[in-house]
Design a protein around this ligand. Structure first.
Ligand code: ARG
Length: 459
């Protein structure tokens, strides 16, 4: 006879290494608290509807509350032979309150139980991730506020293109993470239906109240289709996808930071707490954390693709394949949340080097567009103005001079519309200040962005 709670019809036990292979307790113990919460709601409903007596419900709930308290303080130990968290909790309950524990599983299957746990876990994880995203956006805003006048080159194709400010550059990331917040809200919405009561796949003949359990657990309503309820993993995939975008955004920020701290750029100094040295080269200060987070993006994408692939061939309804939804979920959640925490710390403590930034704007002809704009403003068609500016850049490269250093005669040799006011028009500070179109890098616009971003955070 099998020692399993489900083993009534089994004459042989599985080999122990096989048991370990198909069991999930070593990782689904993370669902312990939500599993007990789901069970408490179920027991309460069973009592209220008279499916079990009020007294039986009370004994079960008291037992479960005791287990929950022990889970919270970490004094529960699980038994690998009990396969998964659901079996473990039921066995512990039985040890504590006796055979009445066996009534808890009336009108319920592990299929609707596990999927309910997953909804609760995903909802809480998305909420927590929102807190970490908010902290990172706040750190970006803080750095932006102190660097509203720190002019630096903006890049396209990793070539110096036009001047921006460090604030403007950092806020671009602020808005990415603000979109991630919205995606997390969407994930939370996708967990708003309650699967509990769907049974194994086809409901139950018992007169259960699915609306009551839904409400008890903070859901909006029960799933309308019991088969969909037990086999839906969309909300998990949505979190894994949203997490992939968060980590991709972090990875891009990290890539910028890695460039900025290099001696080639030298725009930023990282706090010692967020950099490492080399065991061989004493002069090195590496942006290890940024590199690690960039690297971890691979595993977060991998987690998403793991489950996406698991789901693609699974016939209706529950199949054991679904047990594979957990490790990738936990890994993705932990990796993203830890990345957010540490990158927020790195951003908070990094130090901008405005002198290096402004020095970099002197090379690379960042004001070439403004030479063209100057002529265009004087009525020269922009295409022609662009060609004149390009020729002046080519001349400057040949003469090893910046546009600001070229004598007026040179300008005028290329076009008669140039006057002495060209120098003021292409001064890097003027160039920056004049980029005051909505969303541009001019300080007043950046200040607007900061207000807007703070508003999306509700501060
Ligand atoms: N450990 C299982 C899982 O995570 C629980 C559900 C088991 N249901 C079943 N019919 N075997 O998917």
């Amino acid at each position: 006879m099998s020692n399993k709670l489900w083993g009534g019809a089994f004459t042989q036990s599985a080999d122990s290494s096989l048991e370990e292979f198909w069991g999930s307790i070593r990782f689904d113990k993370r669902l312990a608290d939500v599993d007990v919460q789901g069970s408490i709601a179920h027991a309460r409903m069973l009592g209220k509807t008279g499916i079990i007596t009020g007294d039986e419900a009370e004994q079960i709930i008291a037992g479960l509350e005791g287990i929950l308290a022990d889970i919270t303080v970490g004094t529960i130990t699980f038994n690998p032979q009990d396969e998964d968290i659901h079996m473990n909790i039921e066995r512990i309950l039985h040890d504590r309150i006796g055979i009445v524990a066996g009534k808890l599983h009336t009108a319920r299957s592990r299929n609707d139980q596990v999927v309910t746990d997953m909804h609760l876990f995903v909802r809480a994880a998305a909420q927590k991730t929102k807190t970490h995203l908010t902290a990172l956006i706040t750190a970006l805003i803080c750095q932006a506020e102190t660097n509203i006048d720190s002019i630096m080159p903006g890049y396209t194709h990793l070539q110096r293109a036009q001047p921006v400010t460090f604030a403007h550059h950092l806020l671009a990331y602020g808005w990415m993470f603000a979109r991630d917040l919205i995606r997390m809200d969407q994930v939370i919405k996708s967990t708003s239906l309650c699967p509990l009561g769907a049974g194994a796949l086809a409901g139950t003949p018992f007169p259960i109240d699915r609306f009551m359990t839904a409400q008890e657990l903070g859901f909006d309503a029960p799933y309308p289709n019991s088969m969909d309820a037990v086999s839906n993993r969309d909300y998990v995939l949505e979190l894994l996808m949203a997490n992939s975008l968060v980590e991709m955004h972090l990875s891009r920020l990290c890539e910028d930071v890695i460039l900025w701290v290099s001696s080639e750029f030298g725009f930023v100094r990282l706090s010692d707490a967020y950099s490492t040295g080399s065991s061989m080269m004493p002069q090195k200060k590496n942006a290890d954390l940024a590199e690690l987070v960039r690297g971890k993006t691979g595993r977060v994408y991998g987690d998403f693709f793991t489950l996406l692939t698991v789901m693609k061939g699974v016939p209706m309804t529950y199949n054991k394949d679904f047990q594979e939804d957990k490790e990738c979920l936990f890994d993705s959640v932990d990796t993203v949340q830890n990345s957010l925490i540490h990158i927020a710390g790195m951003v908070e403590t990094m130090e901008a080097r405005p002198n290096r930034m402004i020095a970099a704007t002197k090379e690379g002809y960042l004001n070439a567009t403004d030479v063209a704009d100057y002529l265009a403003a004087k009525g020269v068609p922009f295409r022609e103005a662009h060609e004149v500016a390009a020729k002046l850049v080519a001349y400057g490269i040949g003469a090893q001079q910046t546009l600001n250093d070229l004598p007026i005669e040179v300008f005028q040799a290329y076009h008669p519309a140039f006057g002495p006011d060209i120098y003021a028009a292409i001064d890097i500070c003027t160039v920056l200040a004049r980029r005051a179109s909505y969303s541009g890098p001019a300080p007043a616009q950046v200040q607007n962005q900061i207000e807007g971003l703070k508003k999306t955070l509700g501060v």
